[in-house]
Structures are given as C-alpha cells and as structure tokens.
Design a protein around this ligand. Structure first.
Ligand code: NYM
Length: 213
C-alpha cells in the first residue's frame, strides 16, 4: 500500500525442521511483497559470512568439533552481532523475512539434552519476531524429501527430538502460526501471505519493536 514507508518494517520468521520448505517459502514471500511495493529482504541464520558464522559453518560441515554449549553460544552470538543492523533495517521501514532464528537455536540445543532455560538465556534481549510461521512436518516425511546432506543434525532420529522441542516452544501469544508443510507450495504461500499482510500493516502503523524474553 501507499502507507508503506510510514513506520517500521515487520520481522517475519519462518521456523521448522530441515526440509520443511522454509527457504522456498521465504523466497516466494519476498517476491510477493516486492510485487506489492512493500520493502522487504530475506535474512537467514546462521549468517555464515561473519567470523562467528564461519566457525558455525565449519562445525556444521564437520570440519571442526565444538562442545554443545560452545556451539550454542556461537549461534546466539551470530544473532547478537547482527542485532543493531537488524533494528536499523526494521526502523528504516524494511520488512525482514527471516529463515530460522532463536527458536532453532533453542530447539536444536535442547534436543541434545542441554537445559532449556540455559538454552533460552542468551536469546533474551534480541529483537523478537512479530510473527512466527512454524512449517510443521512429520520428521519421517521431511526425511523422505530426498536424501539429507552431510551436515550435522541431518538424521531422522535427531530431527524427531528437534520437532518435540519446537512444539514445546510454541505458545498462544498470537505470534505463532502452525502451517501444515505437507500442503502444496502455493497453498502454503497464500496462507503465509494472508497472515503476514495484517502484521506488516500493524508494524507500519507503529506497533513497537519487541524484545526476546
Ligand atoms: N541451527 C540453526 C542451530 O542448531 N542453531 C541455530 O541457532 C540455528 C539458526 O543449523 N540444521 C541449525 C539448524 C540447521 C543448521 O541451518 C543450518 P540451515 O538453515 O540448514 O542453513
């Protein structure tokens, strides 16, 4: 709409297991918003381009070993190092479509058995998403979408534990939307679009930025 620049952009987050279809949905949402002259960009975590991100990438590709607590804190640090830039982008009016964030951080580490509250602590004070789309898919179905790659965590047994953690993190504060990721790619996208537009509108109208707590 024409009021697109009046205030801040929205922080729209897509979460889900590996192979739940997040990345394609992010790309489609970007195309949709761009078409409607709504300024938007895609951010993804981990951001493998930074120094911290390179350590994470090396760990994920099994080129290096790190204990569970250390890699957890690196993932969180990778969000903290982008916090200021994220706030600036949002305040400039740009909507951010984010591919994974704190909930992946918490779910993957808690699935290894780390204490849940300990896992949540380093996320507190980061910018919180205005809407979270959880692309829900049975781990067996995700695993059946072709072979997992060689990266760490890409095993059915572990993905099942991660799914449990994600479900445990969801709440009814109005920001979480569970999307059936087994539906067709277009239907999923329409659903995400319909739910995103009012959120973007609210942010443009000046809804305050939220903090992770
Ligand atoms: N991952 C991602 C974590 O374990 N903690 C985090 O904080 C984040 C953001 O990294 N299997 C895991 C989930 C994925 C892996 O993500 C890399 P992607 O989306 O495959 O690049």
């Amino acid at each position: 709409g024409s009021a697109a620049f009046s205030s801040r952009g929205a922080f729209i987050l897509l979460e889900g297991l590996d192979r739940s279809g997040k990345t394609s949905q992010c790309e489609r949402l970007l195309a949709f918003l761009t078409d409607r002259q709504i300024p938007a960009e895609i951010w993804r975590y981990p951001d493998r381009r930074t120094t911290v991100g390179k350590m994470i990438s090396s760990y994920l590709s099994k080129k290096s070993e790190l204990d569970d607590a250390t890699i957890h804190l690196l993932f969180a640090a990778n969000r903290w190092e982008k916090r200021e830039e994220m706030e600036a982008r949002l305040r400039s009016g740009c909507t951010l479509i984010v591919d994974r964030y704190s909930f992946s951080g918490i779910a993957f580490s808690a699935a290894k058995g780390l204490d849940l509250d300990w896992c949540k602590a380093p996320e507190v004070g980061l910018i919180a998403p205005d809407a979270i789309f959880y692309l829900q898919i049975p781990p067996e179905i995700a695993a059946g979408r072709g072979q997992y790659g060689e990266e760490r965590y890409e095993r059915l047994s572990f993905q099942k534990l991660v799914a449990k953690q994600f479900e445990n993190l969801m709440n009814d504060d109005g920001r979480w939307h569970v999307i059936d990721a087994q539906k067709g790619i277009d239907e999923i996208q329409r659903h995400i679009q319909e739910l995103s537009l009012p959120v973007i509108e609210r942010c443009h109208q000046g809804a305050p930025l939220l903090d992770m707590r």
